[in-house]
Ligand binder design. Structure first.
Ligand code: SF4
Length: 280
């Protein structure tokens, strides 16, 4: 990487799939703009990992040996007595299932946590993704993403893993299109195969292995590029004029910035609730 790119890297906007997803939520009024700006963009603080996220990190470590971003080993979720929690025990069983899958399907893990960045020509932002597994499936180079989820088979939730409704889950499908785009731009591979391997965090059995294909690679790439460039430019505009904070007692209570945020609230805001007066 050249020095000029390295210099630019520290100052330019880094657009990741999580920034895009949080920006979508912000546009709908469901994510605080102050938190988006200070955590997703300025990286002043990390989002507090939920228990589910910590369990997911532990599971990934058991599967591939992947460390946390700071290089440390994820801790086993433990009881006060120091024993594995019920969730951790399930993930230990699921990690064994993952390893059986790796053998059965001819999956090779070349590297984990591969950071892939693309600097679009003439733009002042970069696109960034982290491939859980840069590997191959039956000898073909592939992007492989591992997840643990309590929503396998769920057709209603935004993060539900249900084949029939997956196409509508933009919070999940964005990753496929984004990472295929990065592989195309940075590795020169068109339509690199993308696999999701998802193991249940609520039982020891449920698991899925999906290859996610695009109906039309070129169309998807064009749509993605239009969308991501527009989002990046909108974010750059908001950075100039200021994001709108959306304080909320629940949101602020869990926010890593709550002690150093002038907008933080500790009490619920007044809301007007109307009844229509009809009793039956
Ligand atoms: S403390 Fe509340 S208002 Fe401040 S950034 Fe966090 S969620 Fe937003």
């Amino acid at each position: 990487m050249s020095e000029s790119i390295k210099d630019a890297e520290s100052t330019i906007l880094s657009v990741s799939q999580s920034l895009i997803k949080n920006y979508w939520a912000y546009k709908e009024g469901n994510f605080c703009g102050e938190a988006l700006y200070r955590m997703n963009i300025l990286h002043e603080a990390e989002f507090e990992p939920t228990e589910a996220m910590m369990l997911g990190h532990y599971f990934e470590f058991l599967c591939t040996g992947a460390s946390l971003r700071d290089g440390s080993e994820p801790a086993m979720p433990a009881t006060k007595a120091g024993k594995a929690t019920a969730g951790a025990l399930k993930m230990q069983e699921q990690a064994k299932r993952f390893k059986k899958l790796v053998d059965a399907e001819g999956i090779t893990i070349k590297e984990t946590g591969l950071v892939v960045e693309h600097f679009p020509k003439g733009e002042s932002f970069k696109l960034k993704g982290i491939f859980d597994i840069n590997g191959s499936v039956k000898g073909t180079d592939s992007i492989i993403d591992i997840k643990s989820s309590g929503l396998i088979g769920n057709e209603w939730e935004a993060y539900g893993w249900h084949k029939g409704t997956f196409n509508m889950r933009k919070q999940l499908t964005i990753q496929v299109v984004f990472y295929k785009y990065l592989a195309w731009k940075e590795f020169g591979v068109e339509d690199m195969p993308f696999y999701f391997i998802v193991h249940s965090s609520t039982n020891e059995i449920d698991s899925i292995f999906w290859e996610v294909r695009l109906a039309d690679f070129e169309v998807a790439m064009n749509h993605f590029e239009d969308m991501v460039f527009e989002v990046a430019r909108e974010i750059e505009m908001e950075m100039q004029f200021g994001f709108t904070p959306y304080p909320d007692v629940k949101r602020c209570g869990k926010c890593a910035l709550k002690d150093k945020c002038v907008y933080a609230v500790e009490t619920p805001q007044l809301e007007i609730v109307t009844i229509d007066g009809i009793f039956e």
